[in-house]
Design a protein around this ligand. Structure first.
Ligand code: GRF
Length: 216
């Protein structure tokens, strides 16, 4: 069984989806720690409700980003996990920690990368009158939201849609696709080699990443 750490900053609904999938054996893994840089993150309460170990590493308590990341890196080392999932983790990490963990660190981003790295992705998709919007799951690299993409979930949108509804639909597909991809990583069916994502026993339907269209 693989050991997973999940890093959060806020609500933690994706964390909950991951824990539930572990508990129902859809993921052959265990969330051994939920790490939050925000002491008030609701995800910490969700973790406790599921009896998952939590750790607060509050970036505000460190004099510099380096010192924060040193402590975070040491804690991750100590946990000795197979996979680190950034699920709504709202801190940009520096080169040193990323280079150390990049082969086992994935990020969930709410846009169809390379479209809209950074914040306010839903607003941008609506403003640009996009017909499709979605989520990307990628290995983390030193460039923001730009590491090798593993999977994307896609929904149809139209610009008359309310942003709240859109965010809700995006969450729904995140809660399906993220556990699915974590499950495949835990089966060693997805991994990274020389900066290229490798897939085993997965039908990519002619594409070079895993793409799923959703109707939600
Ligand atoms: C998700 O939409 C994720 O894509 C983005 O932040 C949100 C986190 O939601 N990076 P939650 O904390 O998992 O509920």
């Amino acid at each position: 069984m693989k050991k997973i750490a999940v890093l959060i900053s806020g609500s933690g609904s994706n964390l909950e989806a991951i824990v539930k999938s572990c508990n129902s054996n859809l993921i052959n893994g265990e969330v051994v720690s939920v790490i939050s840089n925000n002491p008030d993150a609701y995800g910490l309460i969700r973790a406790k409700n599921f009896k998952v170990n939590t750790k607060i590493i509050n970036h505000n308590e460190f004099a510099s980003r380096n010192e924060f990341e040193k402590v975070l890196g040491e804690y991750l080392d100590q946990l000795n996990v197979d996979l680190i999932v950034l699920a709504g983790f709202m801190r940009i990490l520096g080169k040193k920690i990323i280079n150390k963990f990049s082969s086992k660190m994935i990020n969930l981003h709410p846009s169809l990368l390379p479209l809209y790295p950074g914040l306010n992705t839903h607003e941008k998709a609506l403003l640009n009158n996009d017909k499709e919007h979605g989520i990307s799951i990628h290995f983390v690299s030193t460039e923001l939201d730009a590491g090798p993409i593993i999977a994307q979930g896609i929904i149809n949108i139209d610009n008359a849609e309310k942003i709240e509804t859109l965010i809700d639909r995006i969450h729904k597909i995140e809660h399906k696709l993220l556990p699915k991809i974590i499950s495949e990583i835990c089966k060693d069916n997805i991994y990274i080699e020389q900066n290229i994502v490798k897939f085993k026993n997965i039908n990519l339907k002619g594409k070079n990443i895993y793409i799923k269209n959703y109707e939600v």
